[in-house]
Design a protein around this ligand. Structure first.
Ligand code: GAL
Length: 635
């Protein structure tokens, strides 16, 4: 795994560049990402390009032996361009323009803006495509950041209508698919269909789902336009995009399929603070991040692009954007770095080299402080570089367990949660976390993935069963767990004929006759475990495997297939996993709080996220003793 950093030469006087580059190399870095926000310096006026400074920046990095990841600058169109084309900005759900003055002020559907992107990316690719220092391109920056996937502009409406016409062919077909007879929502032609915002009460969920599918396709095609240019003018260079954490607004499997390397931006402390974690977890892991946050995304994004992936932005200290921004404990930056390596990353790049004293992110730490002295993380980067050298290249130990992740499922439960706390990402994360606490290597894969090599497959929920899925699952002989609401919707967001789980009845003969959502704090209890948030009534001849105290069945099993008719707590999840592991012949650990492991072909990595020392023997007999070449981290 190579180490790198995100660098903005345009933020610093040119006379510090060479010294910066020297210090980066000395610290153990070999990659530098630049360029992704530099449009106003590359093209200060329409058509007038200023390449000289960027040429010199690349040459300076090159001279220090560093390789460059070049970002296309399309996340930050300059003011003159927005003034030229005021309608290129996105329109928010309330119909307001998303104005100039920060970043991501564009609408994916604006064809004039797409042309401008083609122009600037072509110019950059022509200039640097074959430069020997450039080893990778990053398209744009964090598609969707700041809530920018969905736009309700005229441009988006126009392309949505074309998208609908291609999908349904006739407006009658659309009306039938969406059920538009309800509330007299029928359309006479595709031209009459607007985006689903600004309706009096909720719009038709089928309308929303298609709008989300459309918006996701817009991201895919926007990205493809850049890829085509880069592939033409910059042969043999890898292309990546930097995905975000806990973000599901577009289909990352689709975008990832087009990339050579999927990368993501890892801010474990910011994510812990910003997302659903309990107060207890937020306190316990304040300066470490929840032990599964980074790993979850490593395993998710590894599944997004043929296995090649990395961390493009690694948190090095306090960030500026969460509600509270604590500093990592000593040792965490090194731990996060080595954990990425253990999961198979080919790069980890820190955001950012030097903290900027100006503008929006002046409170965001870097490897250097604004005065160029070393921040706390610098020593840990050196230590990580040393550890990576000692450990040597790591070959993966293939995971036996797959968790199926569906972006469409995230959209569906976002559109119609039916219970406020039915959050798909959280459901998947909880199942993943339960598996990790058993010491397993896990792959998070798309519903289209080949599952034949796994010994255990978990599907936290898959409301729409995609084509080919049933046959693939019918052919599996390993234990499979299907979660609540699987098979509960048709392709066009209706209840399937014969009720849920629709076609999945072919895998397990049961029918969901009624569902209920439960408010926070309500637990339906079984024997040492409980169901929260969601519970289903099941009609079946199968004997339930897990039963609530009042006799209602929750987990049903038919041969190798199980169905869980509720949102299981950790204890129930653990019990189910134990049964499945036994059937799949998989060894489990019972790791103490905060401890996680990850195996590669040659090493067992053990990460302690708790604030206490942990005794490895407690982790079970199967944990190997520490050997002489183990590398203890800073704490
Ligand atoms: C990322 C973004 C970076 C920077 C960073 C701060 O979301 O890609 O440009 O803003 O967050 O943590």
């Amino acid at each position: 795994m190579k180490l790198g950093c995100c660098y903005y030469p345009e933020h610093w006087p040119e006379d510090v560049w060479a010294e910066d580059a020297r210090r980066m190399a000395e610290m153990g870095l070999s990659l530098v990402r630049i360029g992704e926000f530099a449009w106003s310096r590359i093209e200060p006026e329409p058509g007038r390009y200023e390449w000289d400074w960027l040429d010199r920046a690349i040459d300076t990095l090159d001279a220090a032996g560093l390789k460059v990841i070049m970002g296309t600058p399309t996340a930050t169109p300059p003011k003159w361009l927005v003034d030229q084309m005021p309608d290129m900005v996105a329109i928010d759900e309330n119909g307001r323009r998303r104005g100039f003055g920060s970043r991501r002020h564009y609408c994916f559907s604006h064809e004039g803006y797409r042309d401008e992107c083609t122009r600037i990316v072509t110019a950059m690719a022509r200039r640097y495509g074959e430069h020997p220092a450039i080893v990778m391109w990053q398209t744009d920056n964090e598609y969707g950041c700041h809530d920018t996937v969905l736009s309700y502009s005229k441009a988006a409406a126009a392309r949505f209508r074309v998208w609908l016409a291609a999908r349904y062919e006739t407006v009658e077909a659309l009306n039938t698919a969406w059920g538009n007879v309800f509330w007299s929502m029928e359309y006479g032609s595709f031209d009459e269909v607007d985006p689903p915002n600004l309706t009096v009460t909720e719009a038709n969920p089928a309308h929303w789902l298609d709008y989300r599918r459309f918006a996701s396709d817009e991201v895919v095609s926007f990205n493809r336009e850049q890829l085509a240019i880069l592939r033409e003018h910059s042969p043999d260079r890898d292309i990546t995009h930097n995905f975000m954490g806990f973000f599901s607004e577009f289909d990352h499997h689709e975008v990832g399929r087009d990339l050579d390397v999927a990368t993501w931006d890892s801010y474990p402390l910011g994510f812990l603070e910003q997302f659903w974690f309990s107060d207890t977890e937020k306190r316990a892991y304040l300066r470490q991040g929840h032990p599964d946050i980074a790993a979850f995304h490593h395993d998710l994004y590894r599944g997004c692009s043929n296995g090649r992936w990395g961390v493009m932005e690694q948190q090095p200290g306090p960030v500026n954007w969460a509600r509270f921004n604590p500093a990592p404990l000593p040792g965490m930056v090194e731990l996060w770095t080595l954990e990425a390596m253990a999961h198979g990353a080919e790069l980890t790049s820190y955001f950012r080299w030097r903290q900027a004293p100006f503008a929006q992110e002046q409170m965001h730490a870097g490897l250097l402080r604004p005065d160029s002295s070393e921040a706390e993380a610098a020593a840990e980067v050196r230590a990580a570089a040393r550890a990576i050298r000692i450990l040597g290249p790591q070959t993966p130990d293939p995971a036996k367990v797959a968790v199926v992740f569906s972006y469409e499922a995230a959209w569906i439960f976002g559109i119609q949660p039916q219970g406020r706390s039915f959050r798909y990402l959280e459901l998947v994360f909880e199942w993943y976390s339960a598996l990790r606490q058993c010491g397993l290597n896990i792959d998070i894969v798309s519903p289209a993935a080949d599952l034949s090599g796994y010994s255990m497959v978990l599907v936290p929920s898959l409301p729409i069963v995609p084509e080919g899925f049933l046959d693939k699952f019918a052919a599996l002989s390993c234990p499979v767990l299907l979660g609540p609401r699987s098979g509960s919707k048709t392709e066009s967001f209706s209840i399937p004929e014969g009720l849920a789980p629709g076609e999945l009845k072919r895998l397990i003969p049961l029918t969901i006759t009624r569902v209920e959502s439960l408010r926070d704090g309500i637990h339906e209890t079984g024997d040492g475990w409980s169901i929260t948030r969601w519970r289903e009534d099941v009609q079946t001849d199968l004997e339930p495997e897990f039963v609530l105290a009042d006799g209602r069945g929750i987990v049903f099993r038919d041969d190798n297939i199980r169905y869980c008719a509720g949102w299981p707590d950790h204890a129930l999840m653990r019990r189910i996993i134990e049964k499945m592991a036994q059937e799949g012949d998989i060894g489990l650990l019972d790791l103490p709080e905060g401890l996680r492991v990850r195996r590669t072909a040659s090493h067992l990595f053990i990460f302690n996220y708790s604030t206490e020392p942990r005794v490895l023997a407690e982790a079970g007999e199967r944990v190997l003793p520490i050997t002489a070449d183990a590398i203890p981290l800073g704490r």
